[in-house]
Design a protein around this ligand. Structure first.
Ligand code: NAD
Ligand code: UDP
Length: 323
């Protein structure tokens, strides 16, 4: 009798990006067939080139704002620029990517009855009055500001996910991801961890936006990917939304000092204007994740994660001028 392969066919949109490429690695290592779909707006082939020789791995250049017809068992929907400078570069396309991208991927999931996970964000809480942020909090988001294309796009995507769940009984998972960092962030990504590390390694001034007292909670990429995989494997009665992040909270000044210390850099801090609508504080309450994700908890402390990320950028910057 013919033996059917227990491995799944899994679609990762945004699979050539920072988080997506690490997710592809884990899925391939677990024996699954992975279809990585990306338009390379912020992702790069370098992030997944080591996977190209694998017969389990397929790469498709495609923009998720257009329909996609493939046969898969699960979908991780990560396609969307995540760094403010990149998502503000073409804000109309950012909203389209979140909203049309969600509609297309949900339509695909409905047609093939696939389970689908949305990479949502702590940005759905906006500049929060509740601290730490719990999933029940509805958020404080400016609908017409420069961050709105991302924040409202992601909020609308969550709405679509829950309406497909209620209306079409689709199996959904919504992960609200808090600031995550690690190797394979782009050197020009623009987010704070990669900015500070690249500036420190190049001996350039470290750019503190505002007075640097605003806080973020930084999760190392391996902890985040582990939680996403566990979330996808939870029962159909747990759609989320669920916060995923590391509750350790740091001001941007504290982060800059840590990066200077760990790199041994002589870089100086310089003040730059605080961008509009920049949230003042952010820390996840991860009780729900800890309850539902089989004992998951973030294990990598900031110093250790920064060390690994610094080593990655150090090698990249010394290896090639073009990086
Ligand atoms: P990233 O910018 O490195 O990756 C996004 C990927 O999506 C890139 O490869 C990009 O080329 C691709 N993409 C963008 N628009 C696309 C489109 N229209 N069609 C196809 N591909 C497209 O960012 P990341 O940090 O890896 O984020 C991945 C996902 O996780 C995003 O949806 C982001 O909103 C979410 N998220 C990330 C963080 C974080 O801290 N890293 C926090 C919250 C949410
Ligand atoms: N930030 C900074 N210097 C930089 C880049 C960012 O001080 O070079 C600040 C930014 O103003 C924000 C925090 O760092 O308060 C996190 O910014 P990031 O773009 O990484 O993510 P987000 O604001 O979306 O959490």
């Amino acid at each position: 009798m013919r033996q059917y392969n227990p491995s799944k066919r899994i679609l990762v949109t945004g699979g050539a990006g920072f988080l997506g490429s690490h997710l592809c690695d884990r899925l391939i290592a677990a024996g699954h067939d992975v279809l990585c779909v990306d338009n390379f707006f912020t992702g790069t082939k370098r992030n997944i080139e080591h996977l190209l020789p694998s017969p389990q791995f397929e790469l498709m250049r495609h923009d998720v704002t257009f329909p996609l017809y493939v046969e898969v068992d699960e979908i991780f929907n990560l396609a969307c620029p995540a760094s403010p400078i990149h998502y503000q570069h073409d804000p109309v396309q950012t909203t389209k990517t979140s909203v049309h991208g969600a509609i297309n991927m949900l339509g695909l999931a409905k047609r093939v009855r696939a389970k689908i996970l949305q990479a949502s964000t702590s940005e759905v809480y906006g500049d929060p009055e509740i601290h730490p942020q719990v999933e029940q909090y509805w958020g404080r988001v400016n609908p017409i500001g420069i961050r709105s294309c991302y924040d409202e796009g992601k909020r609308c995507a969550e709405t679509l996910f829950f309406d497909y769940h209620r209306q079409h009984k689709l199996r959904i998972k919504v992960a609200r991801i808090f600031n995550t960092y690690g190797p394979r962030m782009h050197t020009n990504d623009g987010r704070v961890v990669s900015n500070f590390i690249v500036q420190a390694l190049r001996g350039q001034d470290i750019t503190i936006y505002g007075d640097g007292s605003q806080t973020r909670s930084f999760c190392y990429v391996d902890d985040l990917i582990e939680a996403m995989l566990r979330l996808m494997a939870t029962g159909d009665d747990f759609p989320g939304p669920v916060n995923i992040g590391n509750p350790g909270e740091f001001s941007m000044l504290e982060l800059a000092e840590k990066v200077i210390e760990l790199t041994g850099s002589r870089s100086k801090l310089v003040r730059m204007p605080l961008p509009a609508d920049d949230p003042k504080q952010r820390r996840p309450d991860i009780s729900l994740a800890q309850e539902h994700l089989g004992g998951w908890t973030p294990r990598t402390q900031l110093d250790e994660g920064l060390g690994k990320t610094i080593a990655y950028f150090d090698q990249l910057l010394s290896g090639t001028q073009a990086a």
